[in-house]
Design a binder for this molecule. Structure first.
Ligand SMILES: [Zn+2]
Length: 347
């Protein structure tokens, strides 16, 4: 499996966030990703590739130009130690700008687009190990540690070549991704997350939000109570996968947050490390070309083990599929049938 990574994420590392007016340590630390990187390197499971540079056009396809320009300019105006909490283009007080925020956020977009391009070139699974995360970022708002919506930008890019399903398994609802695709029927957003009555982002993620206009029926939320167990989660995951099968996409984008872990300091579910292997095995039974996009997950000590468990599940299921007779030709035929525009030249 290819893994796309750049160390530029570490340049964005704000010292604190503001919670109810108080300064608290910043949870979305650079060590999150370096912890995953270390565990994966030690495992020898993956091969690492640097991101390629992509045009700003792909960001403008999803985010308002004024917002993008604001983030770039304000970031560039700051000195190295300065932290800015802007008064607009923002939904909370957790998402400050530093002098390298734009660089890190743009690089995260390059990471996911590089992964998406590999899918178009025939890769079956790519892991975009990116940071800052993206699924809370809306058309013209940053929030929840997110600036550019990496998964949405990649899904929009892939949607030029066939239908896309976004499966969001972060503990929190991806309010940004939902809002971006709410009126579209070619990108199906489906999310399993904590009940927004009690957890961030509070204002979206409810079961009755099903899309609008042409997108009606192409948005599906599964809010779950705190203390959700492995067994309860698996039951809901299987329901989401059935819906994705009915949608019959050409590509799957997974917003992979690991804050559903039982010891996550921000989460509240009870999922265990070995269970992530079961989650990915179940997802990859779909046999869809898939881009895994890193979102949340804040238990730095165990993040590497969780990611490794998730990737091991993929490795196991892909090997099983390869062993099955005539697998390659079946997989090829299945994708030819489901993909509408696979012959289009990748950008
Ligand atoms: Zn989260």
């Amino acid at each position: 499996m290819k893994i796309i990574y750049s160390n530029k994420h570490s340049q964005h590392d704000p010292p604190y966030e503001i919670y109810d007016g108080r300064r608290e340590p910043y949870a979305e630390k650079a060590e999150r990703i370096t912890s995953i990187l270390r565990a994966l390197k030690e495992s020898g499971l993956t091969v690492f590739f640097p991101p390629k540079h992509f045009s700003i056009k792909h960001i403008h396809d999803i985010h308002q130009k004024e917002y993008v320009s604001f983030l770039r300019k304000r970031s560039a105006q700051l000195k190295q130690s300065q932290v800015l909490y802007p008064s607009y283009f923002i939904m909370d007080t957790y998402t400050p700008i530093t002098n390298k925020t734009y660089t890190a956020a743009k690089t995260a977009v390059d990471v996911v687009l590089t992964g998406a391009k590999y899918l178009l070139q025939g890769e079956q699974t790519v892991y975009a190990l990116c940071r800052p995360p993206g699924h809370h970022a809306g058309h013209k708002t940053m929030g929840g540690y997110c600036y550019f919506n990496n998964a949405a930008i990649a899904a929009n890019y892939l949607s030029e070549h066939g239908k896309v399903a976004i499966l969001d398994i972060d503990f929190h609802h991806g309010n940004g991704t939902q809002s971006i695709f709410y009126d579209r029927s070619d990108v199906f957003y489906i999310s399993i997350h904590a009940d927004p009555h009690i957890k961030f982002p509070y204002s979206s993620g409810f079961a009755n939000e099903q899309g609008s206009d042409e997108g009606l029926g192409f948005n599906k939320n599964f809010p779950l109570p705190l203390e959700t167990t492995n067994a309860q989660y698996m039951c809901v995951l299987k329901q989401t996968l059935k819906r994705i099968q009915v949608f019959n996409p050409s590509f799957l984008v997974i917003s992979a947050g690991f804050d559903t872990y039982e010891k996550d300091p921000i989460g509240g579910f009870k999922l265990t490390i070995p269970f992530y292997e079961k989650i990915s095995q179940e997802i990859f039974k779909l046999k869809l070309p898939a881009l895994i996009v890193q979102e949340g997950g804040y238990n730095i000590e165990d993040l590497g083990k969780i990611a490794l468990s998730f990737l091991k599940g993929i490795d196991r299921i892909l090997k099983t599929q390869l062993r099955s007779k005539d697998n390659d030709s079946e997989f090829y035929k299945a994708n030819q049938k489901t993909s509408k525009k696979t012959k289009k030249t990748p950008i």
